[in-house]
Design a protein around this ligand. Structure first.
Ligand code: ATP
Length: 825
């Protein structure tokens, strides 16, 4: 159950009550934690402190050993090893300790953490014991060795007998080895007790139903963007990126040595033509090598970036598409699309090109500064005096600009959403002559983004100016001081520097200044990427509230549908209950008509049967089984829906009909024939290959409906959900659609949101839904005889419309109109 999360913390996710048993099976305390939760370990804890001490021990030992051993003495120390004069052994032991103990303690901690959840697991118990013994044994050996050596050295020093002169740092190394080994030994003994305390130390993270972490008051905890997770996106590209880094070393190297040769060219020009030629040739070769490396670096980094973003987009989209329908009620399409396009793009740049630039500029700065120090330390000192001012300013600017950029991006995203909404509903816009309104809305959003953009531009300008001034100021300072040194050199060759060296130095200064300026712009990019990553990871990690996976598959589905005391409220409108304690039964093979005033909850019932939403309480049963226990993929294959205004996809007729399953051409044609679509399809030039346009705009209403019926029929559904069209089709088209529907209904369980009296009359049962409750149910004749809501609904239509009885729209009473209201009018 325990796993390693992105922060390197151990955690175990559970949805059940956790028994807080003791590792060794001592008295256990049972704590009940309700809801999903997991544990992690705090970063400041025993094992981490211990690992840090061991690491410091290792670093100190190596540094003391290396700094103490210069020239011959250093080699002598290894080759002619002497227990009292060499410390090579202690340095090696310290390095080994770092490796052994860090691995062993991490392992031990992992096992101990598992033990807090499985305290009686014998396997874990014995593993933990073995590890403890191994750690204590090793630390004892290391301690005994260091103390023996320390004692012998001390003895030799006091008696001045065998004592050979050791470098001062070597003496320090012996003392540090003794002290650290005693400390580590004590820690290893205490680890027996400390590891047991993990269950007290661990941090409880509660999650809400949305999978978000919440605090003890139930409020969502604001997540922190994690650089580590950001970098982990490019993990599969690690080999590519390593290669690109190698190429980067080459290109940066060439850039770093080039100024040196520039200087040499200047000096050679004053001396010898042969030397000048060979130096220029070397310079040329350096540049060619650098250019090749640059090409490889840029190509591979960009390629890796493209791969990262392609994978990220696929994963993100697959996470989005799995979300429950309610998620899309509250999140605007444009916003989600923005995450997919621009946020992922920002991340692509961050994980590849920005990281490569970061490494490149850092290398450039460090490398150039080292070379500058070698060339002339005092001149470098002068330059470095200005660097802290520039970098401090750059960091402050980065912080400021991060906020500005975020605002700008947010406003731009709003504008994008507005544009998308208008364009995707262009027909409605045209119908109501809403072009001016749309332009105004979009314009006002763009104006807001522009006003943020103005601030950003001013900040950019101010920064460029200031950094430029500081950078050129530094160059002028170097020029003046360097010029002074060149002058001194011209007076006395032993003093100052040559003009060539000053040239090299100036070029290095430019290189460092440029790298600094570019680094500061990277800071803003990284901050922007962190923001984008937070939004992307939030979406990617979100677990759908209504799962699309797992569940039971029944050998047979008979079409039985039942609602048992179902209450439901749309999550996007939590204050308004829509279905209130509904009980209804649909038997296999029945045609059940749902009728009632608009907004009563008929479509909601259909959505609950499709499990687009889960009820707040009560159960929806399908084939006698609770819907939430069934495999959604499976049961949705058995239920087909034809809605009032069917949505087609922007592909061919053939692909639209076969949207729900892989079908042969023959099956597609058969379904089209059944739905009276075949004839009109054949009149098209491209037949079944005809493209229907976005949402099927290139087809008429009746044609769209018949394709949608064919799409439903090809699934051979057990249950057919129908929302009868209210939109007026011409008589011929209406007849064809109705005929197709009648054919589709045969031999199936049908739940139809009925608008036509002919449908209601032929239904096995009519259920009148009003304000989320069943007002009446029975057959058409029974309900008419009953003299209730249904009869009044029908009569109102008859008197109001004076139309053909069959064409009446029984549900056309407005939302909120009770039947009584209707009558009173
Ligand atoms: N996605 C949604 N989010 C929030 N509220 C919704 C949503 N869909 C519907 N509603 C609300 O739920 C109530 C019932 O709507 P529903 O569409 O089920 O009614 P209906 O009986 O099918 O109406 P009509 O005959 O007009 O289609 C209405 O008040 C409606 O505003």
């Amino acid at each position: 159950m325990a796993s390693q999360d992105e922060d390197g913390l151990l955690h175990g996710k559970r949805n059940v009550n956790l028994e807080n048993g003791d590792i060794q099976g001592e008295e256990s305390v049972e704590t009940e934690i309700k809801g999903p939760h997991y544990y992690s370990l705090p970063s400041l804890r025993y094992a981490n402190i211990l690992k840090t001490i061991i690491f410091i021990d290792g670093v100190i030992s190596i540094v003391l050993w290396l700094t103490g051993g210069h020239s011959k003495y250093f080699v002598d120390n290894i080759v002619h090893f002497h227990l009292l004069a060499s410390v090579f052994d202690l340095a090696i032991i310290s390095s080994l300790k770092v490796i052994f103990f860090i691995v062993l303690y991490s392992w031990l901690e992992k096992i101990s953490f598992k033990q807090t959840e499985n305290p009686y697991d014998r396997n874990l118990q014995s593993k933990s014991k073995i590890l403890h013994i191994l750690i204590i044994l090793l630390s004892t050996i290391f301690m005994v060795y260091s103390m023996t050596k320390g004692g012998l050295v001390l003895n030799a020093y006091l008696n001045q007998t065998d004592y050979l002169i050791m470098h001062a740092t070597y003496n320090a190394l012996v003392i540090s080895a003794v002290c650290f080994s005693i400390l580590e030994f004590i820690f290893s003994l205490y680890s027996f007790i400390a590891m047991r305390k993990l269950k007290i130390l661990r941090v409880l993270h509660r999650l809400n139903d949305d999978g978000q972490e919440i605090d003890s008051d139930g409020k969502p905890v604001k997540k922190k963007p994690s650089l580590k997770r950001l970098a982990s996106l490019a993990k599969p590209e690690f080999p590519m990126i390593s290669l690109a880094c190698l190429a980067m070393l080459g290109s940066s190297g060439s850039q770093m040595v080039a100024p040196l040769f520039f200087g040499k060219v200047v000096d050679a020009a004053q001396k010898d033509m042969g030397e000048l030629n060979s130096t220029v040739l070397t310079l040329l070769l350096i540049y060619i090598g650098g250019a090749i490396c640059s090409m490889v670096r840029s190509w591979i980094f960009t390629l890796a970036g493209q791969r990262v973003v392609a994978r990220l987009r696929k994963n993100l989209f697959s996470s989005v598409i799995q979300q429950e329908v309610a998620f899309f009620d509250t999140n605007r399409t444009g916003e989600i699309c923005n995450r997919l396009s621009s946020d992922t793009q920002v991340l692509q740049n961050a994980v590849t090109s920005n990281m490569s630039m970061l490494a490149r500029y850092l290398l450039q700065i460090i490398g150039s500064l080292v070379l500058m120090f070698v060339l002339n330390a005092s001149l470098t000192g002068v330059l470095l005096a200005v660097v802290p001012i520039v970098s401090l300013g750059a960091v402050q600017y980065g912080r400021f600009v991060k906020k500005l950029r975020q605002n700008f991006q947010d406003r731009l995203a709003d504008a994008g959403t507005t544009a998308e909404e208008s364009i995707s509903s262009i027909r409605t816009v045209r119908m109501f002559s809403g072009e001016t309104k749309s332009v105004k809305l979009y314009g006002s959003d763009i104006d807001k983004s522009y006003s943020e953009g103005k601030k950003l531009a001013a900040a950019q300008g101010a920064f460029d100016g200031t950094v430029g001034m500081l950078a050129y100021g530094a160059i002028i300072l170097v020029l003046w001081y360097g010029g002074k040194l060149v002058y001194e050199n011209s007076q006395d060759k032993t003093k100052g520097i040559t003009p060539g060296l000053l040239t090299s130095f100036l070029l290095y200064t430019l290189q460092v200044a440029m790298a600094f300026a570019l680094l500061s712009s990277l800071y803003g990019d990284f901050m922007q990427a962190l923001g984008a990553s937070l939004r992307i990871f939030d979406l990617m990690d979100r677990k759908p509230l209504v799962s699309n996976e797992n569940g039971e598959i029944l050998p047979l589905l008979d079409g039985h549908v039942e609602f048992k005391n179902v209450f439901f409220t749309y999550p996007s409108r939590p204050e308004t209950p829509v279905i209130k304690g509904m009980n209804l039964t649909v038997n296999p093979g029945q045609v059940v008509a749902l009728v009632g005033p608009s907004g009563g909850g008929k479509s909601t019932i259909v959505s609950l049967i499709e499990r687009f939403y889960d009820p707040d309480s009560g159960t929806v049963l399908l084939g006698g089984r609770e819907l939430s226990t069934l495999d959604p993929h499976w049961f949705r294959q058995k239920i087909s829906m034809v809605s009032q205004e069917p949505t087609l996809f922007a592909c061919s007729i053939k692909d639209n009909i076969a949207y729900g399953k892989v079908a042969t051409d023959q099956e597609i044609e058969e379904a089209a024939k059944q739905s009276n679509a075949h004839e009109f399809i054949m009149t098209f030039e491209n037949g079944y290959e005809t493209l229907v346009g976005e949402r099927g705009v290139r087809l008429s209403g009746g044609q769209k409906q018949r394709i949608a019926i064919a799409r439903a029929l090809i699934m051979d559904p057990v249950i057919l959900l129908l929302d009868e069209a209210t939109s007026a089709l011409d008589a011929e088209s209406e007849h064809l659609v109705q005929e197709a529907i009648d054919r589709a209904m045969k031999g199936r369980t049908v739940i139809v949101i009925a608008h036509r009296l002919s449908t209601v009359r032929n239904a096995s049962k009519v259920i009148v839904i009003e304000k989320g409750e069943i007002a009446e149910q029975g057959t058409h004749d029974e309900l008419l005889a009953h003299n209730g809501v249904y009869k009044r609904l029908v009569l109102r239509q008859l008197t109001a419309g004076g139309m053909n009885f069959d064409q009446l729209d029984i549900n056309s009473i407005q939302n909120g109109d009770t039947v009584e209201n209707g009558e009173n009018k």
